[in-house]
Write a protein that binds this ligand. Structure first.
Ligand SMILES: Cc1cc2nc3c(=O)[nH]c(=O)nc-3n(C[C@H](O)[C@H](O)[C@H](O)COP(=O)(O)OP(=O)(O)OC[C@H]3O[C@@H](n4cnc5c(N)ncnc54)[C@H](O)[C@@H]3O)c2cc1C
Length: 361
């Protein structure tokens, strides 16, 4: 992983960021190395590894290039894993080998303009038709937009309010009525495309519904549980890269004790975040409950990455704030992690809900 990340992915990172360019070579190399099917069992063409391996892979990628890590992370976790967890045998055979090989990139389309943190308020509709459903609506801030071959789309299929009326659908990018809307330019993670997915009278056969009708919100929440392990991996990678830049900088100059204290705190915080993330991944790998731990890992590791990136800019001084320096790139890249796959406020809601649900655990 490290050879691939440092040899192929890292040399592209500055250019990908500067040009807002999809790192096509990096994603191709990741596919050739079998990285796009890390969580997919061997019988469907994947590597059949566990959540710990997944977290480590994403961490190594993020250390090299945060944009590439988001693309691979979203594809591997929320963009593919739900088929493994909720798909029929037919759906698994149809989609997983193509996702594992990288022939198709996966994406996850939940967020809407008026449904971000409150995802259960989504309004995209899935009207029943003779052969299945007709989807209408607009999803926003969708990672891998325009490059994905398949979107897992969440839409309202019933009259029930909030979460109960939501179903999940596998929507190929070339289905009639699917188009890319506005693309969003971001402060960081600029090589990872983000934009609108517009659905206009998109006919989806009932074979493409993922899980039971009305089970869509459960699909989304379970996908996000393990997705948060991937985001933790991203945070660890960005933080490690910022820490390593700081170590190299301080090794080369006369240091004050204040520098040493800051460096020691950065490394200690990173190690604690790493242990929390690996622990959540370990619980997930064992099939034990891990929702709370994944949220704790996501909350702590992304806050840690942001703080370490800020500290690294501070240590580097004017070099740190200069456009094009790795310090300012890590600083810009770290921010979105505190927001996506459930903002860090939402993680606190998840943690508190879990803590008060069953006080014996
Ligand atoms: C780079 C990037 C990539 C993304 N990729 C995807 C993707 O692939 N697929 C997808 O579906 N979505 C994606 N998203 C969307 C992301 O999941 C949402 O941005 C996120 O859920 C927050 O929603 P919002 O931006 O609408 O913020 P809002 O929900 O409007 O929240 C704004 C602020 O209010 C706070 N807040 C909201 N509700 C509460 C509350 N009850 N208590 C306390 N504070 C609250 C939030 O924490 C946040 O700080 C992506 C976002 C980004 C930035």
């Amino acid at each position: 992983m490290r050879e691939l990340a440092q040899g192929v992915v890292q040399p592209l990172a500055a250019e990908v960021d500067r040009e807002h360019r999809f790192p096509v070579e990096a994603v191709k190399a990741a596919a050739e190395a079998g990285l796009l099917g890390v969580l997919i069992p061997a019988k469907y063409g994947g590597a059949g590894l566990d959540a710990i391996a997944f977290a480590v892979c994403i961490e190594e990628l993020a250390q090299a290039c945060a944009s590439t890590s988001v693309i691979v992370d979203v594809h591997t976790s929320v963009g593919s894993e739900p088929i493994l967890l909720f798909g029929t045998e037919e759906q698994k055979r149809k989609w997983l080998p193509r996702l594992a090989s990288g022939e198709l990139l996966g994406a996850f389309a939940l967020t809407e303009p008026a449904a971000g943190s409150d995802a259960a308020s989504l309004q995209t509709s899935a009207r029943r038709s003779r052969g299945g459903y007709v989807l209408n609506g607009t999803k926003v801030f969708i990672t891998n937009i325009g490059h994905a071959g398949m979107y897992i789309v969440f839409a309202r299929s019933g009259p029930e309010e909030k979460a109960a009326g939501v179903s999940a659908f596998l929507v190929p990018d070339d289905a009639a009525g699917v188009r890319v809307g506005q693309l969003f330019k971001k402060m960081g993670l600029r090589g990872s495309p983000t934009g609108e997915l517009v659905l206009e009278d998109v006919e989806v056969p009932k074979e493409n519904r993922l899980g039971a009708e009305g089970q869509g919100f459960t699909v989304a929440m379970r996908a996000l549980d393990s997705g948060r392990i991937g985001i933790s991996g991203q945070a660890l990678g960005i933080a490690q890269a910022a820490l390593d830049e700081s170590r190299a900088l301080l090794a080369d100059r006369a240091r004050e004790q204040g520098d040493d204290f800051l460096l020691a705190d950065m490394a200690t915080r990173l190690e604690s975040a790493r242990l929390l993330a690996y622990h959540a991944a370990w619980l997930c790998s064992l099939g034990r409950p891990f929702t709370r731990q994944a949220s704790m890992a996501k909350l702590h590791s992304t806050d840690t990455a942001m703080q370490i990136a800020i500290d690294a800019v501070q240590l580097a001084g004017e070099v740190g704030v200069t456009a094009g320096s790795p310090f300012e790139r890590h600083f810009r890249d770290a921010k979105a992690l505190q927001i996506y796959e459930g903002s860090n406020q939402v993680q606190r809601i998840v943690i508190a809900r879990d803590l008060t649900r069953d006080i014996t655990r």
